[in-house]
Design a protein around this ligand. Structure first.
Ligand code: AHM
Ligand code: MG
Length: 333
């Protein structure tokens, strides 16, 4: 292992990758790195200590049972963001409302961060990969004033940075500030994220599809026919595609980013708008997908063009290799 480039060095070597002050970008990523290392450590010792595994005993605003680790991760990221000096407020999947940071320094911060502190909660207790997803915007309210809901409800096209941390067999941070996608692996011996996946590109086509097929009989006919197409010899490979569903969006997305594939969470009767949240999950991964040459849509509309109406809004989600998403959309009509 020679000449590893750390995340800090990488940012400073490429100021042109960020349209605003690169020191601000650095401060935000530093917060993400610090919080994700602490979450990663908690995950690695889950099962050995009492405070990590299991349910917290609360439900979040979406009626989902919160896991202890959801809450620990939420607190770790909020602490890191509130002390960054450049972030004036956040919204998180685990909090009912957005949070304004009240210190004088934070009030003059130019950015808001929207995030899912721990995605794939149902996988926490069974030692399967989980992740953190984040999305960064410039505030639209005046500097020095309290952050507003309008700062949070911006379309995904306004993101200035987005990314995710995958707590997998290694811990990885993948982000884009609008000039390509780069991935960093946490080096356990030094505790630093080091460049491991430079200029990530999503293959234009693939032969992996990921969806919860337990729902297939309840899905619209176009999607049923697309899944049949994936399973047939009629597709471009002449062989059935492979189904791969981890049930952790970050892990399913990351695999498809590297190998090519499509991830689908459609409208189903129990969740007519799908399950995934536009602001915390769909927009940031759509930004990464597009920056890597992929596509993200509701099946009918580009995700990044949606003007959000609510913090916890959900949307159907088709994301992955460009030709696969286009093909799926052609079945939906
Ligand atoms: P979460 O943020 O509460 O963990 O929910 C999002 C997760 C995704 O990671 C995953 O792809 C999906 O929900 C799984 O849902 P299902 O169990 O319905 O397949
Ligand atoms: Mg989630």
């Amino acid at each position: 292992m020679h000449n590893l480039i750390t995340l800090d060095d990488f940012i400073l070597q490429r100021p042109q990758d960020f349209p605003y002050d690169v020191k601000e970008l650095s401060a935000i990523l530093e917060g993400i790195a610090v919080a994700s290392k602490s979450v990663s450590e908690d995950i690695r010792k889950a099962g050995l200590v009492d405070h990590v595994l299991g349910a917290q005993g609360n439900t979040n605003i979406q009626g989902e049972s919160q896991q202890k680790l959801d809450v620990l991760a939420d607190e770790a990221f909020i602490n890191a963001f509130s002390s960054s000096g450049v972030i004036c407020g956040i919204a998180s999947e685990e909090n009912d409302n957005f949070v304004a940071f009240n210190s004088e320094r934070a009030a003059f911060g130019s950015y808001v961060v929207l995030f899912d502190p721990l995605d794939g909660s149902s996988n926490i207790d069974v030692n399967v990969s989980i992740g953190t997803i984040f999305s960064v915007y410039r505030r639209v309210s005046p500097l020095g004033s309290p952050v507003t809901l309008d700062d949070m409800l911006q379309p995904g096209t306004e993101q200035v940075m987005a990314g995710y941390v995958l707590y997998g067999s290694s811990t990885m941070l993948v982000y884009s500030s609008g000039n390509g996608v780069n991935g960093f692996t946490l080096k356990p011996s030094t505790g630093e994220f080091c460049l491991s996946h430079a200029n990530m590109r999503m293959p234009e086509n693939g032969r992996l599809y990921a969806m919860n097929e337990g729902n297939i009989q309840e899905c619209e006919q176009g999607l049923v026919r697309y899944i049949q197409y994936c399973q047939s010899r009629e597709n471009q490979t002449g062989m059935p595609y492979s189904g791969r569903y981890i049930g952790s969006l970050v892990a399913d997305f990351h695999r498809n980013l590297i190998k090519g594939g499509i991830y689908i969470y459609p409208s189903v009767p129990a969740s007519p708008e799908g399950r995934l949240r536009l602001l915390y999950e769909c927009n940031p991964l759509a930004f990464i997908a597009e920056q890597a040459g992929g596509l993200a849509t509701t099946g009918r509309q580009r995700i990044l063009d949606i003007v959000p109406a609510q913090l916890h809004q959900r949307v159907p989600y088709y994301v992955g290799s460009k030709l696969m998403v286009e093909k799926a959309m052609s079945f939906l009509g």
